[in-house]
Design a protein around this ligand. Structure first.
Ligand SMILES: Cc1ncc(COP(=O)(O)O)c(C=O)c1O
Length: 499
């Protein structure tokens, strides 16, 4: 049962007092009384309880001992397979605020309220914890408005604590893209170096390769976890050796949608050829790989804190370096490569990529809720799985690497039995205010990379197949189960229409 339903459900042995306390805690006026199998027995309102007390029942009486016709003997419900418009009509016809959705056996599966129909269902918006203004005001009041200041150090310490690593290895920067660029620059990547990169990722994983004048070579993904395909990786390395006389210097991995690659195998292959792994963990802050926080699987890692990520500084990112010396180089390059002299002295071309103290203050406020956000995102994913199974919508969910935790930044899956691409379904959903998205369009299919090489084990690359049938579900932190039901119900109706 999902977290929201748990807060709204009472069992057969619940007393009037416990029911009232649950209403108080959950700020609700309606509870759902279910038997031990989850079968809905009655709908109990605050008014029902008040009437029972007025009739002389005491607070310790069981709700079930009360006369059933007082406690909602008959109630309005919808079936979980009813379409979103049927559910909406029932809400309107009976002038009720909320309706329970039951499965074939009468078990309570979800609740849908009127407000679920009027609110936009966003893909993933930023969420404030409530302490942001306090921290930003403090940064302003202390006049640390320049792009240095105590909040930067504090934010780096907190990132390090989340990753269970040393704060001196963390460098807060202006964006995730800047983080990747700085890492490549620190590694000395330059003109005509080959850098391997997954094709199935956001362009920011690969754009910094071009900034450095290097050559991106794309690698296909696996069908289950959507991570790097080890066989394709090997093929790309062998090609680079044949074509350029040397193995690539760097492999950028991308932990898209919070997932991971098979890092044990990928690292083994890279070690054989002395290839440095740079982990793009922009979408995976809060995930773990075999118990180790994401961001520690390669030599370097990049995080992103842009508006739709697990936590946000509006725009921002971080480099996780392998040691203090390497982190120093990253800091140096991020601050215009200014040498430690009293006058302005530059021996290299650097960048203006440091995060500002004000934005770091935002990060310090946000990061405290990372664990809570991860568990809420995972619940959203679990709930989608249940709703789709109940409704009969067949989805092949992006799988989690064994022994690992995916923070489920976005819930994503493949609708192989339906037509998703070229996008009419997603357009129609968006017109209804339900923000589904296509999954990443593979980079080797992008006009900007038209002449670049892709390595795959198949003539029909897995990334292209996922692109055609993949979909991102609305995964906003405050999405309700009712909104999730509505999103899936409308999606399923549209897919039936285009099949
Ligand atoms: C996989 C991936 N890499 C890199 C980035 C770049 O991060 P930023 O937007 O902070 O530059 C993003 C997100 O935007 C991303 O999703």
């Amino acid at each position: 049962m999902n977290r929201d339903l748990c807060k709204r459900t009472i069992n057969e042995d619940c007393s009037i007092l416990s029911a009232l306390e649950l209403m108080e805690r959950g700020e609700t006026r309606t509870l759902y009384r279910c038997d031990s199998n989850g079968v809905l027995l009655s709908v109990v309102t605050e008014g029902d309880l008040r009437r029972l007390l007025l009739q002389g029942q005491d607070l310790n009486s069981l709700v079930s001992e009360s006369s059933t016709n007082q406690c909602g003997k008959s109630f309005i419900f919808a079936h979980i397979k009813d379409t979103d418009s049927v559910v909406y009509e029932l809400l309107m016809k009976h002038r009720i605020e909320e309706i329970p959705l039951l499965d074939d056996d009468g078990r309570l599966r979800s609740l849908v309220s009127r407000s679920d129909y009027f609110e936009k269902i966003p893909l993933s918006n930023p969420e404030l914890n409530g302490t942001e203004v306090e921290h930003i005001s403090d940064a302003l009041a202390s006049n640390w408005i320049a792009p240095v200041g105590p909040y930067i150090t504090m934010f780096e310490e907190k990132i390090a604590a989340e990753l269970e690593t040393d704060a001196e290895k963390v460098v807060a920067v202006a964006s995730g893209t800047a983080a990747i660029h700085l890492i490549l620059a620190s590694l000395g990547i330059g003109r005509n170096d080959v850098v391997l990169v997954p094709t199935f990722t956001f362009i920011a994983s690969a754009a910094p390769i071009e900034y450095c004048g290097a050559i991106p070579v794309f690698i296909d993904c696996t069908a289950d976890t959507w991570g790097i395909c080890p066989e394709s990786l090997r093929k790309a390395i062998i090609f680079s050796i044949d074509e350029y006389g040397t193995a690539p210097k760097v492999l950028i991995t991308a932990d898209i949608y919070g997932g991971a690659s098979d890092y044990n195998l990928v690292s083994k292959i890279c070690d054989e050829y002395e290839i440095t792994i740079v982990q793009d963990a922009a979408e995976a802050f809060g995930s773990t790989y075999e118990g180790t926080p994401s961001g520690l699987q390669g030599k370097y890692a990049a995080l992103s804190f842009n508006g739709n990520k697990m936590i946000t500084t509006s725009g921002g990112g971080a480099v996780i370096a392998p040691d203090t010396e390497s982190a120093k180089t990253v800091r140096y390059l991020a601050t215009q490569a200014k040498s430690d002299q009293i006058y302005y002295h530059h021996e290299r071309i650097g960048f203006n990529y440091r995060l500002s103290n004000i934005l770091a203050a935002l990060g310090v406020a946000q990061i405290n809720s990372l664990a809570d956000r991860v568990s809420r995102k995972i619940l959203i994913y679990e709930n989608y799985k249940k709703i789709c199974a109940d409704i009969g919508l067949q989805v092949s969910w992006m799988e989690t690497v064994p022994e690992s935790k995916n923070c489920r930044w976005l819930t994503v899956g493949r609708l192989d039995n339906y037509v998703v691409y070229p996008g009419q379904t997603i357009r129609s959903l968006n017109q209804k205010g339900i923000e589904f998205r296509h999954v990443w369009k593979p980079l080797h299919m992008q006009p900007v990379f038209v002449n670049k090489r892709l390595f795959s084990v198949s003539d029909n690359p897995v990334s292209e197949q996922i692109f055609k049938s993949g979909i991102c579900f609305p995964s906003n932190l405050d999405i309700t189960p009712g909104m999730q039901f509505r999103a899936v119900s409308v999606l399923s109706q549209l897919l039936r229409d285009v099949r």
